[in-house]
Design a protein around this ligand. Structure first.
Ligand SMILES: Cc1ncc(COP(=O)(O)O)c(C=O)c1O
Ligand SMILES: [Zn+2]
Length: 434
């Protein structure tokens, strides 16, 4: 296996002192716009064109059979894919929440309700350590933070990321200080605060929080801080590839035909596509066409609006939806999502808050999975795409549930007791329950 040691970049905004780093097969950072390459370091924007940087790998020494065997013999968490991630070789021995390897649920009851005949699966990420897919991305950022010598972990968050950072920092012995909009769901706030780090509410929406964090990175007050989704974003983002790897492995090393992914910043969707392309390139799955569909809430649907209008640029919106985890009005990866949906023959669609709630109830009633609002968005969009004919019901389809309904209980307020009775049989019969 090719393990490269490269000198890390110095002079990055908000960077700690950066020793030489060894991040396994990660070879460099590469600009998604102009292809300019720089050494691995805590930088996220291209010095040439300000485009976003992403990890470039050297997988040239990998043979498909050996790699597949190695993955299958690995742990039942994301680290089974360590040869495909920007992490040091000994990552599994370090304190980490070890998320991933979540169930791919064959959702036959839901399929019947939606009229999907080609096989419908829910990739249920609600069972991760802090109950969302964000544990995957934070696990990568944590390893990068360690490699670059940061001691404080931070982020701007729509809620789930805050909890994932707080928990990962607690386990790994980092300080954490995270920033969220001040008006998030109680479940998200408690989940983020309970790990003992600092949790700061910002008077504004997520886009205001994110702008503030960018300012803090450039200020001496943010010196030595690793913002998982800002200066560590290239590493963080790679964590979402593990969703693509797991789905294919759980399907028997096969690509799904169609996959429905929620969009906030759009990072997850773009990295699922990257993960699928890597598996094809590495010869781990047969090269067949797949379609990626993006899902948004109507009250924050800048990418869906651009897709439907045929635009290449995404016009920012002011979010107003119960799907707060997806409420990013100015999504950084929006244009890349548009490219991927168009290139693969997918689409980007949105659903109303009422449809989100109906979909949460539908998934719970049919499959016993209680999704947070983001899961209501993907299931609701899947229904809409089947009804409109954009999604082919005769093909294998995977729908992502990226978070746990216990964090967004308000969405299903009014759900509760069927009846209250006295502790005797007459009362039971009177209530019409016999
Ligand atoms: C539960 C959940 N699903 C999906 C997303 C979308 O993530 P991304 O910003 O990568 O599009 C988020 C983002 O916060 C989230 O919390
Ligand atoms: Zn560039």
């Amino acid at each position: 296996m090719a393990v490269q040691t490269v000198a890390s970049s110095t002079g990055a905004t908000g960077s700690a002192a950066t020793p030489d780093v060894d991040l396994g097969p990660a070879a460099a950072l590469s600009c998604r716009e102009c292809g300019h390459r720089v050494p691995l370091g805590p930088v996220f924007a291209c010095q040439e064109c300000f485009g976003p940087l992403e990890i470039a790998y050297d997988f040239s020494s990998y043979g498909a059979e050996e790699l597949r065997r190695r993955i299958e013999a690995g742990p039942a968490n994301i680290w089974r894919y360590a040869p495909l991630l920007p992490v040091p070789a000994d990552v599994a021995g370090k304190p980490n929440l070890n998320p991933g390897w979540t169930p791919l649920v064959k959702a036959d009851n839901l399929a019947r309700e939606l009229g999907v005949t080609g096989g419908l699966f829910v990739k249920d990420d609600s069972g991760n350590p802090t109950h969302s897919f964000k544990d995957r991305v934070v696990a990568q950022a944590l390893e990068a933070a360690r490699a670059f010598g940061f001691t404080t972990l931070s982020c701007s968050s729509t809620g789930n990321l805050a909890g994932a950072v707080g928990a990962a920092a607690a386990r790994a012995g980092f300080r954490s200080c995270v920033f969220i909009p001040h008006d998030l769901e109680q479940g998200k706030v408690v989940m983020a605060a309970v790990y003992g780090g600092e949790l700061v509410g910002i008077e504004g929406n997520y886009d205001d929080v994110n702008r503030f964090c960018s300012e803090l990175i450039g200020d001496p007050a943010g010196e030595g801080w690793g913002f998982v989704n800002v200066n560590l974003r290239p590493y963080y983002a790679e964590g979402s590839k593990t969703l693509a790897y797991e789905i294919c492995e759980q399907l028997g090393w096969r690509l799904p035909d169609q996959i429905v992914v929620p969009i906030a910043s759009g990072s997850q969707l773009t990295k699922i596509d990257k993960g699928l392309r890597e598996l094809i390139e590495l010869g781990l799955v047969e090269d067949r066409p797949y379609k990626i569909f993006g899902a948004q809430a109507a009250g924050c649907s800048p990418v869906s609006a651009a897709f439907k209008a045929g635009h290449d640029v995404v016009r920012p919106q002011k979010p107003d939806t119960i799907a707060k985890s997806l409420a990013i009005g100015n999504p950084a990866d929006g244009p890349y999502v548009l490219d991927i949906a168009r290139r693969t023959g997918g689409a980007v669609e949105d659903v109303t808050d009422e449809q989100v709630v109906d979909a949460i109830r539908l998934l719970a009633r049919t499959e016993g999975i209680f999704a947070e609002t983001a899961g209501g968005v993907t299931v609701g969009v899947t229904r809409k795409l089947v009804d409109s004919g954009l999604l082919d019901p005769s093909l294998t389809t995977v729908v992502l549930n990226t978070g746990d309904g216990l964090k967004t209980l308000d969405a299903v307020a009014g759900t509760g007791l069927t009846a209250t009775i006295r502790p005797n049989l007459d009362s039971f019969r009177e209530a019409g329950l016999a």
